[in-house]
Ligand binder design. Structure first.
Ligand code: SF4
Ligand code: SF4
Ligand code: SF4
Ligand code: FES
Length: 588
């Protein structure tokens, strides 16, 4: 890449040609305030004017997030003119903003508050009429509060880039402009996947997850038997809430914290993941043997299920009928576990800690209950778990490590752990399918061809004389390519893994924010690597597990022997399988 010579604040630097001033400044260790720019130009509308600087060769001040560097350019961040202009831009944004920072869940991660601080914004400099507010709290997953929106458009770009969707857009005009689903509908009345990808990039509290912390507090106060399970991706990211580097595996500290928070039992959703593999691999092999609908597609990502129900109703028979791992585990806890431990299932309250906002919606699906009891009662995101731990004053970093509970359920294998990364479900399923079809354990146990962040990965295996073609996609934009092929009768695959969020659950919509302005300089390029770093933490845990294939989990073997019978049995279907329904995209 060609280089150009520039000066920032009088200091000479050589930087890559084509960078914006904002990107070049960040690389050279300068912070220019910014709001609408994000993620290497994924969204730079140049609308907030918070990043204004002086640059030779330009007329007046320039928005550094869209203005490219040029040979010989001298950039001044600190001139009185630029300083005052940036401060005024922030003050204007604040003049149309609901400033209830004390009660705002974004406080601590709010980029508007951050730029207000670093630009020295003065209180109530511009007071006047405010844009009419819409608060949409109709979904159990995410909410929208336009009184906190700065119209940066990042959410619109993220929805488009991740999924090829345009759920959010600019509505109305001029001073009345808001960001909303078409015609300012609720998310609940639009074909939104509730994946929360837009929430992860929103700089303010305008888009947030719906918190269920109070629901958990109430269950504890009411004396319920409150148990908790944590998804694999949570352990690979919860440390970030407490300043630990991205990619830190914090399993033991997380379990200790949950025990201190008063949960009666702390389980690992990976037990449910192992169970899912037993059911899903059996379902796949049954479909192959009996001429069932192929390719079969995984069903553990609720954002993906929403996408399928809204957009590919004709392909629903391709979806595995397996519930997702935490739902399976909830159903087993309220049946097998309660029965063996003399607990009335009505007294049990199951909390799932998930990297995902769509799971909050999933747990409310009417298909996901047994005998009138929901499999799971509350879902907290990794971020909410961070808030819960901080609220109680627990010193997370200094906690000793603890083990998950695993009396008759809870034991897990390496196969369960890797569910959190794109390709993980496929790899786990193949470890078991290979064993069932050949009678031999997968060798090598690591199937690296399905790992990594490529949008679509594919591979082919000869299993017991039969050629099995598989594919893995993450982000609905990639999934669409595979789905359109199935629709056109052109798919060559037997089994497809689809995860809604780009990178899989490690980068789910409920995971800790990765915001450049809050990261140290050495992590300037983290937006390219954080997904891989979190996934690497899970592959590390897989390597460390003594048992790495689901069919070898002794508690799963016992569960089938003592309770379920065999995979895909009548009882398994009653407790562990579900159905799907095509849905209309827009309704009021
Ligand atoms: S979005 Fe930020 S500035 Fe606005 S109320 Fe919340 S914390 Fe305060
Ligand atoms: S939740 Fe997902 S699908 Fe819905 S608007 Fe946000 S990014 Fe788009
Ligand atoms: S909702 Fe958030 S991300 Fe979307 S435009 Fe408003 S402030 Fe920006
Ligand atoms: S960050 Fe440059 S205009 Fe918004």
């Amino acid at each position: 890449m060609a280089k150009v010579n520039i000066k920032i604040e009088g200091i000479p630097f050589q930087v890559e040609e084509g960078l914006t001033i904002l990107e070049a400044a960040k690389k050279c260790g300068f912070e220019i305030p910014s709001l609408c720019a994000f993620n290497h130009g994924e969204c730079s509308r140049g609308s907030c004017r918070v990043c204004l600087v002086e640059a030779t060769g330009a007329r007046g001040l320039v928005a550094s997030c869209v203005y490219p560097v040029a040979e010989g350019m001298e950039i001044t961040i600190s001139s009185p003119k630029a300083t005052e202009a940036r401060r005024t831009s922030v003050e204007l944004l604040l003049s149309n903003h609901n400033k209830n920072c004390q009660q705002c869940d974004k406080n601590g991660n709010c980029e508007l508050l951050h730029v207000a601080r670093i630009t020295g914004a003065r209180e109530d400099m511009y007071v006047g009429e405010k844009t009419e507010t819409t608060i949409d709290r109709l979904t159990p997953s995410i909410y929208r509060d336009t009184s906190k929106c700065i119209l940066c458009g990042r959410c619109i770009e993220r929805c488009k880039n991740a999924h090829g969707l345009g759920i959010l857009g600019f509505e109305k005009r001029g001073f009345n402009t808001i960001v909303a689903p078409a015609e300012n509908r609720s998310f609940a009345n639009s074909p939104c996947l509730l994946c929360g990808q837009c929430v992860t990039v929103c700089p303010t509290g305008a888009l947030m997850e719906v918190s269920e912390i109070e629901k958990v507090d109430e269950a504890m106060k009411a004396g319920k038997y409150v148990v908790v399970q944590t998804a694999p991706a949570v352990r690979a990211a919860i440390g970030e809430e407490f300043g630990m580097p991205i990619g830190t595996l914090a399993t033991g500290k997380m379990v200790s914290a949950l025990k201190r928070l008063g949960f009666k039992k702390v389980f690992d959703t990976n037990f449910g993941a192992d169970l899912t593999i037993m059911e899903e691999a059996t379902e796949l092999l049954g479909r192959i043997k009996n001429g069932g609908v192929l390719p079969m597609i995984t069903s553990c990502s609720p954002g993906w299920i929403n996408y399928a129900e809204y957009n590919y109703g004709d392909l629903l028979p391709h979806l595995s009928s397996c519930k997702s791992p935490h739902e399976m585990f909830g159903a087993i806890l309220k049946s097998y576990y309660c029965e063996k431990n003399g607990i009335d299932p009505k007294d049990m309250f199951v909390v799932s800690i998930m990297p995902c906002t769509a799971k909050k919606f999933e747990k409310e699906r009417e298909q996901l209950q047994v005998n009138g009891l929901r499999d799971v009662d509350a879902v907290l995101t990794t971020r909410e778990l961070g808030r819960l731990i901080k609220r109680s004053g627990i010193d997370f970093k200094r906690l000793p490590d603890s083990e998950f509970d695993n009396d008759i359920v809870g034991e897990y294998t390496g196969a369960g752990v890797i569910f959190g990364a794109t390709g993980g479900v496929m790899e786990a399923a193949l470890r078991t399918a290979i064993f069932v079809l050949t009678g031999k354990e997968a060798q090598p146990v690591e199937l690296k061809e399905v790992r990594g962040l490529e949008g679509i990965k594919e591979a082919s295996y000869n299993l017991g004389g039969k050629q099995i073609n598989i594919a893995v996609a993450h982000g609905m934009k990639n999934a669409k390519v595979l789905l359109d092929d199935i629709r056109a009768g052109k798919s060559k695959y037997h089994f497809i893994e689809i995860m809604c969020c780009p990178g899989g659950c490690v980068a789910g919509g409920g995971q800790p924010y990765v915001k450049p302005c809050f990261l140290p300089d050495e992590d300037a390029d983290i937006l390219d690597t954080y997904r891989a770093k979190r996934a690497a933490a899970l592959y590390k845990e897989d390597e460390l597990r003594p048992i790495r294939a689901s069919h070898n989990n002794p508690q799963i073997v016992d569960l089938y022997k003592n309770f379920l019978g065999e995979p895909n049995s009548h009882k398994s279907h009653e407790l562990l399988h579900t159905t799907y329904k095509a849905r209309e995209g827009f309704n009021d």
